[in-house]
Design a protein around this ligand. Structure first.
Ligand SMILES: [Zn+2]
Length: 259
């Protein structure tokens, strides 16, 4: 298992990468989004140097608010093209997986159409990512109303799409982690961890919300997954992020011992 952190998009990505390296994270979940880390704000050469210095890998993350399922086709196309524009940068950073987020869209349109538009956008991205050696993984949003069949509808649009699990999102409006892993565990490409109290996507330190973490980690390990896990703990005091990292390592070990 590799443990990483996400750069805070309000801060300078190079400083964030250096902090991650200095504090023992083995990869950076590089989100390319404003206000401080939009693609045009990244100093690619400097960032690559820092990543090299700390031998850190990179996972690709894109803005969570792109309109992949807008009812207007040209807006969907703009979202797709915007992500494609970042492929060069991600490829240069040695990224394998790039994340996208299922959009909720406009409720006036049927759920079927909204999920289909998401899926069509991601299928085009999967196709256009291939020449860069990149793959697309789909993150489910923190919405209780989005169920397994919605996510399946999206993922089934292209078999190359991976599933990006967010354990915090799976806790909004009920305990949905086990069902998600049963449905998509075989397509699991990446994992995000943060705690919350089941209502909002709080991104609080692990163990301070309502998620049963030893159980969650056991469920993830049971799928055979042993790759990248990002802590999305956004406390102002980063001691809580480091404490969360320490706890994940312990729970991961315990899950192994318990089988
Ligand atoms: Zn996430």
């Amino acid at each position: 298992m590799q443990l990483g952190m996400m750069n805070d998009p309000r801060r300078d990505a190079c400083e964030e990468a250096r902090w991650a390296g200095e504090h023992g994270f083995t990869f950076l979940d590089l989100t390319l989004e404003g206000p401080g880390a939009a693609p045009e704000q990244i100093d690619i050469t400097a960032l690559r140097q820092i990543l090299h210095e700390y031998q850190m890998a990179v996972v690709g993350h894109t803005a969570w608010y792109l309109p992949f399922n807008a009812p207007i086709k040209s807006l969907r196309q703009a979202a797709i093209d915007y992500v494609v524009d970042s492929f060069d940068l991600f490829a240069e950073m040695g990224v394998h997986w790039v994340n996208v987020h299922i959009a909720q869209g406009v409720y006036l349109f049927s759920n079927h159409d909204r999920m289909r538009w998401n899926g069509e956008s991601f299928a085009e991205l999967a196709e256009r990512a291939e020449p860069y050696g990149l793959r697309i993984m789909v993150e489910h949003p923190p919405e209780a109303s989005m169920n397994i069949s919605d996510i399946r509808h999206v993922l089934d649009m292209d078999e190359r799409l991976g599933f990006h699990l967010d354990v915090g999102h799976a806790n909004i409006g009920g305990h949905r982690l086990e069902g998600l892993l049963q449905a998509f565990g075989s397509r699991l490409a990446h994992v995000h961890l943060s705690d919350n109290r089941g209502r909002n996507d709080d991104h609080i330190p692990l163990g301070t919300g309502s998620i049963d973490w030893p159980r969650a980690i056991r469920l993830i390990r049971k799928t055979g997954y042993d790759h990248t896990i990002t802590l999305e703990v956004f406390s102002a005091d980063r001691d809580y992020l480091l404490l969360s990292a320490q706890k994940v390592r312990t729970w991961w070990q315990q899950a192994e011992t318990e089988g």
